[in-house]
Structure formats: C-alpha cells, structure tokens
Design a protein around this ligand. Structure first.
Ligand code: UD1
Ligand code: MG
Length: 476
C-alpha cells in the first residue's frame, strides 16, 4: 500500500452558521468538526494531513495544535487558501506539500461523521492506481454533484447541480466530496483545472473527466448512509448531525447492556475545557434515566442508577451507587469519586476532588468540593463541605458549612469519625472536630473541639417575661 496523505478542505466561511467562530471549529459532541475529521487521519494511520485554511485561518491552525484526541502519529501541515476560488483551487494549495509516492485522500473539514471503515474501503478501491469516489444514493439529491455514468455503468464525470441539465438533476447517485487518488495522477491534473462553469470556481470534481479522458480507471465506493457524508452548513444541520451521532453512541451502549430510558435523550460529549474525550464506561446493569449529559471520562460501576436530568463530568461512580435526579457532578481535572452504594441527590453538586466513601449520603442542595467523606458519612440537606476531611459515620447537619476561605487562602476542616455536627453551623477553618464530638446547632466554631466533647458557640438563650410587642398607633 502507498503511504496515505490526507488533504482536508477547511477554508470556507460557513456563512449560513451566522457565527463568529469558523465553521470547522463548531462543536459536535463537544469536539470541533475539524477534530472529528483529523481523528480519521489517526484511525487510517495516515503519513500526513494537510489542512487547507482560509477563513479564520489563525484560529483554525491554533485549534489543531493539540493534535488528535484519537492518538496516532502523523505529520500535520497547513496551507493557506486566499481567496477561496473553489475546491480544486483549495487542493492546488496543498500540491507543493504533497509527495509524489502516496495516495491522496481528500476530505472536507465540515463532514464529521464519515466512518473509518468507509474511508478505508475507498482507499482500498483506489488501490494505488484508480481515482476512487465515495458516492451515496440520496432520495433527495438537491445541492450535490451528480455522478454521470455511461450505459455500461462506467463513471464519466461529475456535474454540479448548478451546471446540470434537468435529466442530470434526476440522478440520485451523488458525490460525497470525498475521493482517493494516487498523488502522481492528482499532481498532474491539478494545474489543468479550469473555472469555466456556472460558479466561476475551480472544481476539484473536474479531475474525473480528466481521468476518463486519459483512460485512468475511475471506481466508486457507494454507501447508503447519508449521515456519513452529511456536511454542516447551518445550526439546524449541526443539531441534526449531533442527534445522529448521539443516537449511534446510545445504540452502542445499549448493545453493551446499558439500559437507557430513552436513547433520544442521551448525550456524551468531549470536555471542551480540557479536550478529554467523551467516554462512558459502564459495568453490568447500569440504568440511565432521560436527559442526562455525560462529559469527558465517566465510569459507572455495576448496578449504578442515574436519575433524570443529571450532568456528570469526569467522575467514577462505584457499584450500587444511586444518583438522584438533577444532580450536577463535575470532576474537571481532579475528578470526583462516588463510593459503593452511595446515595447522591436530588439536586446535589459534587465538584472537583469530591471523594465519597461507601454508603455516603449527599442530599438535596449539598455542595462538596475537594473533600473526602469516609464510609457512611452523611450530609443530607442544604450544606457546604469544601476542603474538608470527614471521618466515618459523621452526621453533618442541615445548613452547616465549612468557612474554608479567609479571603486570601483556603484552609482545611477535619472532622473525626462519629462526630455529629448540628444544623446551621459554621466551621471556620482551619479547625478540627475531634472523634465522637458534637457541635451544637447554630454554632460558629473557630477553635478545635476535643474528642467526645460538646462544642457550643452561640448566644445563650434568655427570656424576658411578659414581653410587650409594639402596638400600631391609632390613626389621627
Ligand atoms: C462539493 C462538490 C460536490 C459534492 C459536495 C458534497 C465540488 C466542485 N463539488 O460541493 O460535487 O456533491 O461537495 O458535499 O467539489 N472549500 C475550501 N475552499 C474553497 C471552497 C471550498 O476550502 O475555495 C471547502 C469548504 O470549506 C468545504 C469543502 O471545501 O469544507 C466543500 O466546499 P463546498 O463549497 O461546500 O462544496 P459544495 O458546493 O458543497
Ligand atoms: Mg458543501
């Protein structure tokens, strides 16, 4: 096999997106469209990928700097196309960077969901000799270049919609915009493209007629799956492809045994902040209710149940844990860990560095950040635990908070095992509550409480007998 060099056309403006962001950087499943295409280069073990940039070139080039999230090593190069005079003109810009010994695969930066097997089959069809076109049969072929075939079925050329006759417009086999061809042939054809057509553009598709004229074999690899060749031109198309992509992910999860209440209401995304790939790893008997969004890498242990409308990013949730509806878990870079059999939510918030042991309960409107809660600890209502180490079986009362930030620095709160923190307490860090200690409700604790002691820090209750409430003055 010849080495594979990929040319990705990504210079177009994307006017219909009506966005300041270059079209190829719009995100699908949290990943820029162009990144989806570059990932194919990794899956195909390409030697190089040349990205043709124009509109927003600096931004597009900078966005590619991180390489590909699919791994794989290939040489990434850029060629500028200014102004943009058509697809043929775009590929002309790559010519000086193309070695003569390879196979060239032309892809579009705005066609994100082509599967690696499809492209592999196309490259195989080229076989180092032929011009191979990826085509698709569309019941509604409007807007696409049509494949012209002779009576014996051999490909004669591609005609763009705007140049086509009525009879040609009736053809339903269309060109996907993706082709594979030996570099030596392409490099000979590129300088001969003309712009004598309805749009006054240099069409890459003109190489098909050149191949036919020279007796170079032209083959097609035809698929029926329109999603694989669908381009993104508008917000509506982006949303449509997003759903198609998510439906595929959902199907794969269900085939692996995950029970999704509704595959149409499921989302798995890359973490756009870090580029961490969206990956949901599930053990047996996981149940996920409707409307959940998973971001980055999330692991769910055996029998985990996720309630409706949870957002979960970068987290490990151990076997048997239950996450009730409307819970927000975001591990960012530090991660979140939920122990076996823990109960979280509804309406809970777990932030980076939250580590919950076995059987921990985190109830409604409880926020946990950078804190370890040992096995059996409970914070059931309206509480904040930040920068805290919480011992086994601690009961942390409703409305209590750790005051972990003094305005300049963060400090830790340590709560020993079996301590009982009453309701509405403020634990002013740094502070330690000893094992088995009790903190009286409403206390502001700024000194360590010894083990097994009762710490109370609040005004003593006094009574003024016969207290007269103010009475309303009579109107004059
Ligand atoms: C192209 C094909 C058409 C095919 C269709 C599939 C040609 C002449 N026509 O048409 O047969 O059915 O794709 O989607 O090739 N681009 C540049 N520089 C340019 C022009 C375009 O980089 O000067 C990039 C665009 O950003 C885009 C890709 O090339 O990623 C395709 O361009 P587009 O204008 O969408 O081509 P179509 O008219 O759709
Ligand atoms: Mg297009």
């Amino acid at each position: 096999m010849n080495p594979l060099d990929i040319v990705i056309m990504a210079a177009g403006k994307g006017t219909r997106m009506k966005s300041r962001i270059p079209k190829v950087l719009q995100r699908l499943a949290g990943r820029p469209l162009l990144q989806h295409v570059l990932d194919q280069a990794a899956h195909l073990s390409a030697r190089s990928a040349i990205v043709i940039t124009g509109h927003g070139a600096m931004e597009v080039e900078a966005a590619c700097a991180g390489g590909t999230s699919a791994g794989g090593q290939f040489d990434l190069k850029f060629a500028r196309q200014e102004p943009q005079l058509g697809t043929g003109h775009a590929v002309q810009q790559a010519a000086p960077l193309l070695a003569g010994d390879g196979t060239v695969l032309v892809l579009s930066g705005d066609v994100p969901l082509t599967q690696a097997d499809t492209v592999r089959a196309l490259v195989a069809a080229s076989g180092g000799q032929a011009l191979a076109l990826l085509t698709v049969r569309l019941p509604e072929p409007r807007g696409y270049g049509r494949i012209l075939r002779a009576a014996d079925g051999r490909v004669q050329g591609i005609v763009e919609e705007k140049d086509a006759s009525d009879a040609q417009r009736a053809i339903t086999e269309v060109y996907s915009g993706i082709l594979a061809v030996p570099a030596r042939l392409l490099l000979a054809w590129l300088p001969r493209l003309s712009n004598q057509n309805a749009q006054g553009e240099y069409y890459l598709t003109e190489v098909v007629a050149m191949a036919v004229a020279e007796g170079v074999p032209v083959t097609t690899h035809t698929i029926d799956d329109a999603v694989q060749v669908a381009g993104v031109n508008s917000p509506a198309q982006l949303a449509e492809l997003e759903r198609a992509h998510q439906a595929r992910t959902a199907t794969a999860l269900m085939e692996a045994g995950v029970r999704l209440a509704d595959p149409a209401r499921f989302d798995l995304r890359d973490d756009a902040r870090s580029g961490v790939r969206g990956e949901l790893v599930c053990a047996a008997d996981v149940e996920i209710d409707v409307g959940c969004v998973f971001t980055g890498r999330v692991e769910l242990g055996e029998g985990v149940r996720i309630g409706a409308y949870c957002c979960i990013a970068n987290a490990r949730i151990a076997a048997g844990a239950v996450v009730h509806p409307f819970t927000h878990i975001d591990g960012e870079a530090a991660g979140v860990q939920v122990g076996e059999g823990a109960l979280v939510g509804p309406f809970a918030r777990l932030r980076p560095g939250a580590q919950l042991g076995r059987g921990v309960h985190i109830g409604n409107f409880v926020e946990v950040k950078n804190s370890q809660l040992a096995d059996g600890a409970k914070a059931n209502h309206l509480a904040y635990l930040g920068d805290a180490t919480v011992g086994e079986r601690v009961n942390y009362g409703a409305g209590s908070i750790t005051a972990n930030y003094d305005g300049a620095n963060k400090h830790r709160t340590v709560i020993g095992p079996d301590a009982h923190i009453g309701s509405n307490c403020v634990l002013v860090a740094p502070v330690t509550i000893g094992a088995g200690a009790t903190v009286g409700g409403g206390s502001t604790i700024s000194k360590d409480v010894p083990p097994a002691a009762l710490g109370v820090a609040r005004g003593r209750q006094t009574h003024i007998e016969g207290w007269k409430r103010p009475a309303k003055r009579a109107a004059p």
